[in-house]
Design a protein around this ligand. Structure first.
Ligand code: ADP
Ligand code: MG
Length: 372
């Protein structure tokens, strides 16, 4: 059993010229027992620093960290009962896989028979029994990473930490290992904090995602909530591929209706009733729409308020077999639409795309916050 609680945690690094850099800012977060939580964000946003503070490898500059309601700020790493798996495996090159797995237990003076049982158990879970006599340099990246995970398992920690464990593997292997790690969590039922810069990994593995930028938490929630209800522009743009399309504009009042005007007068549409945008008239707005909510055709019986017509020229199409990406332009504004494989697309001539208005997101341009 292990809950983890961050209470206003910050990390301040001092650089060589004595300047202070606040790499992690006022993190407040509660991780539940057995939860699989993913920290995701661009390079340099403070993910590893946050993880290393949990492991005890980095001193906490401000705030309190609790594991199972016990303050652990001053508890050394070896007494925290936590295992960490790194991107570069960090195996001992002169030891066999077996010796690497056994090492941590050996220095803890665990008896030989228990060591053997635990190593064999971990090897079985990870299907590396055949590799136990090999040394790291005679194994592939994927095999080394399994051994590194095995070494974390044999210690039977309360918490598993992963720092970009799959980033050195090729795309196919990364996909396979992702599934293995999800299965491992089901088997071991341990609290996991998993760091990645890859939003697909975050979406597929995380029960909850903590999305960070510039040392701060931007949003914490289930993957689908980050996808459907991003609380700001950063979250909206980070989660999802292709990236959400953004169009700058403004809401204006027209009789009793609210109209969005964007890009140029060529693109404007009336919001459906009950849109709650009354308070945002005349504010600079950024509208967002995901590529799958843009259509090349709509039913003639669709109501007028359901779709916004985007007059454009499609300059390029990417055929992916199961779908097509269309790159459409209005003046210099590029929009990516994700269309059905059989969509008939007019290239290099004026055409129209249709945006599902109910699926659009609206953000305040200045604050970046989602409007609701
Ligand atoms: P991430 O893992 O998200 O890529 P890090 O936690 O490694 O980010 O780094 C966060 C910020 O802190 C970065 O700007 C990085 O340059 C800085 N940083 C990391 N480690 C140190 C250190 N030991 N000394 C000074 N600055 C550091
Ligand atoms: Mg990192």
């Amino acid at each position: 059993m292990a809950t983890i609680r961050f209470e206003n945690i910050s990390k301040i690094y001092k650089s060589k010229d004595k300047k202070k850099v606040k790499a992690v800012k006022n993190i407040n977060l509660e991780i539940k027992d057995k939860e699989f939580i993913v920290l995701v964000g661009p390079s340099g946003c403070g993910k590893s620093t946050t993880l290393r503070m949990v492991a005890g490898l980095e001193e906490i500059s401000e705030g309190n960290l609790y594991i199972d309601d016990k303050l652990v700020n001053d508890i050394p790493p070896k007494d925290r009962n936590i295992s960490i798996v790194f991107q570069n495996y960090a195996l001992y090159p002169h030891m066999t896989a077996y010796e690497n797995l056994a090492f941590g237990l050996k220095i803890k003076k665990v008896d030989k028979k228990t060591i053997r049982n635990r190593v064999m158990e971990a090897a079985q879970i990870l299907e590396i029994e055949d590799l136990l006599s090999r040394k790291p340099k005679s194994m592939s990246g994927g095999q080394n990473q399994r051994v590194a995970i095995g070494r974390a398992i044999v210690r039977k920690p309360k918490v598993f930490l992963f720092d970009e464990p799959l980033s050195n593997l090729d795309a196919k292997l990364r996909g396979q290992m992702r599934i293995e790690i999800a299965k491992l969590h089901k088997t071991l039922k341990t609290t996991v904090i998993y760091v990645t810069h890859d939003q697909v990994e975050a979406m597929t593995l995380g029960e909850r995602i903590v999305l960070m930028d510039k040392g701060e938490i931007q949003q914490v929630d289930k993957p689908i909530v980050l996808y459907n209800k991003p609380r700001n522009l950063f979250v909206a743009g980070f989660i999802g591929t292709p990236t959400m399309n953004f169009i700058e504009g403004i809401f204006v009042k027209n009789n009793n209706n609210i109209v969005f005007k964007g890009v140029s007068d060529a693109f404007q549409f009336t919001l459906p009733p009950n849109h709650f945008m009354e308070n945002h008239v005349e504010e600079p707005i950024i509208a967002g729409i995901r590529s799958e909510n843009i259509f090349d055709k709509i039913n003639s019986d669709s109501s007028e308020n359901e779709f916004a017509t985007f007059p454009c020229t499609i300059q390029l199409v990417e055929e992916l077999g199961n779908e097509k990406f269309a790159f459409a332009y209005l003046h210099n504004k590029e929009i990516v639409a994700r269309l059905k494989p059989h969509a008939e697309i007019v290239i290099d001539k004026p055409t129209k795309l249709f945006f599902a208005i109910k699926k659009m997101h609206f953000f305040n341009k200045q604050t970046g916050l989602a409007l609701d």
